[in-house]
Design a protein. Structure first.
Ligand code: SF4
Length: 494
């Protein structure tokens, strides 16, 4: 922004992709706000930033479709700038500027903090700026953040991955694993808590290899325990672990730290040992099931979710039946299921024996049917159980039209509940005590046991009030996507 500008320039960040991208978008918003831009509330923003993901199918189509629409918006909007960042930018580099020359800035996954400078430079020089770094310049968590809600936050503990799963493009786009120092992570969590957050999710492509870079194999369990001692922090989650590196010290830390929530996302990918080998995933189905058994032994009410890829090259009917068998035994609370499709740049893309689409589709439908049944049966067991729900925004489609509100139970299940007439209304960030009255595979319905809703007003709710008062705005749903997926296989989500 120059001194001559009458009003601050507005920005919008559009996120296409995984949870890592959603978190990166918070950093991008924070960097732009630190540079004087303000979030657009109506109309087309002066700066549109698209944060892309290369692992989702059709990511290219979606990006270039959006850029097509923005080209005409830009013709009508003097001074508008368009920036493209994230994994697809890291991968495609100047292809984006060749295909869409009206784009002003292309930046990669390693230099998000440069966005304001690049925008300024593009404006000043009157030409597009392309800056892609091959390695990380500043750890993303040291960049300013604009969080989408007051009650919970994401904290990166590591970026990149040292594994080489053959379907995954993350290692080539995000590079080798880089771990943040525990002191920096804890300081960031404390700062979030001081700001009103009562829930944090620790984020990494492979959280339980955390510490490999500074030579402490027990570092993740220690980090969980240390976070558990932070006063005011009520809910700790993490995503994603890797079955190969998931050790019992982490299970012990989960079980012995009351604020670590009874929830675990444990990516299976395939139940066939032959396919796991072809995927270069070093665990086998027996080890995987053993982990679940040990987790349930220590945390009996843990809700365990997973990622599964159907139709990996060479997958036979027998391999697929192995997946069904493991899914049946694993009793996942939910699963992100994906149809395999070719991701250019991954080793699996050039494997022989790519399966016909109809075969993949048919297996996929069978898997969904099985998982829906199991999710429904597992949820059904909760009917009649008292639960604590952290009230959220933007989780229930009907919420704005009715007295219904939504939030997450401790095990991260989505819960809808009605606020009885005459009862007080909780604020996002408050916690309500309700009992599950009905269960479906994807959400629970709950109600208070008497005419008033028991509400625990929290610091997070106070922070929400304060943020609303400061913005003088009508409360709006937060836009953060909920899908907990780090963009790993990310092919055709259910
Ligand atoms: S799937 Fe996960 S563990 Fe495997 S390479 Fe990708 S990020 Fe790493």
């Amino acid at each position: 922004m120059t001194l001559l500008d009458a009003a601050p320039r507005t920005y919008e960040v559009r996120t296409f992709g995984c949870q890592m991208n959603v978190h990166d978008s918070e950093r991008l918003s924070g960097s732009l706000e630190a540079a004087g831009y303000v979030k657009a509330t109506e109309g087309e923003a002066d700066i549109v930033v698209i944060n892309t993901c290369a692992v989702r199918e059709n990511a290219d189509n979606k990006l270039y479709g959006t850029l097509g629409h923005l080209a005409s918006a830009k013709r009508e909007h003097e001074g508008m700038q368009i920036a493209v960042g994230g994994c697809l930018a890291q991968k495609d580099k100047n292809v984006i500027l060749e295909k869409a020359p009206w784009v002003d800035v292309v930046f990669g996954t390693h230099n998000m903090g440069s966005l304001p400078t690049l925008l300024e430079r593009a404006r000043h020089n009157g030409e597009a700026q392309l800056e892609i770094l091959e390695s990380l310049e500043v750890f993303p968590s040291t960049l300013p953040t604009r969080r989408e809600n007051t009650y919970s936050g994401w904290v990166s503990i590591s970026v990149g991955c040292n594994n080489t799963c053959t379907f995954c493009i993350v290692p080539s786009l995000r590079g080798k694993e880089k771990d943040r120092r525990p002191g920096d992570i804890l300081a960031e969590i404390e700062a979030l808590v001081a700001d009103g957050a009562i829930e944090v999710t620790l984020l990494g492509q492979n959280v339980n290899s955390y510490g490999v870079e500074f030579g402490d194999r027990g570092a993740f369990a220690k980090l969980l325990r240390a976070a558990g001692r932070i006063e005011g922090l009520e809910r700790i989650r993490f995503t994603s672990p890797h079955p190969a590196a998931f050790t019992d010290d982490v299970i012990d830390a989960m079980a012995e730290t009351p604020t670590v929530m009874p929830q675990l996302h444990m990516p299976l990918q395939s139940g066939s040992d032959r396919i796991l080998k072809a995927m270069r995933r070093s665990y086998r189905s027996e080890r995987f099931l053993g982990i679940l058994e040990r987790v349930r032994d220590r945390i009996p009410h843990a809700a365990i979710s997973t990622d599964i890829i159907v139709g990996f090259p060479g997958e036979t009917e027998e391999d697929f039946e192995d997946t069904l068998r493991v899914v049946e035994q694993a009793r996942f609370a939910s699963a992100f299921t994906f149809q395999y499709s070719i991701r250019p740049g991954t080793p699996a893309a050039t494997m022989q024996e790519q399966l016909p689409k109809e075969v993949v589709q048919e297996r996929y439908e069978r898997l969904i049917e099985l998982q829906e049944r199991i999710s429904g049966e597992e949820a059904q067991k909760l009917v009649g159980t008292p639960i604590e729900v952290l009230v959220a925004t933007g989780e229930g489609r009907r919420d704005e039209r009715t007295r219904r509100m939504s939030g997450r139970a401790e095990d991260n299940r989505l819960v809808h509940f009605d606020v009885p007439d005459g009862s007080g209304t909780p604020r996002p960030g408050d916690v309500v005590s309700v009992v599950v009255t009905r269960a479906t595979p994807h959400y629970l319905i709950a109600a208070p046991t008497d005419a008033t809703l028991p509400i625990r007003r929290t610091r997070a709710g106070d922070a929400w009030d304060l943020a609303e008062a400061e913005s003088c705005a009508v409360p709006t749903p937060a836009s953060g996507a909920r899908a907990v997926n780090l963009g790993l296989p990310g092919l055709r989500p259910a």
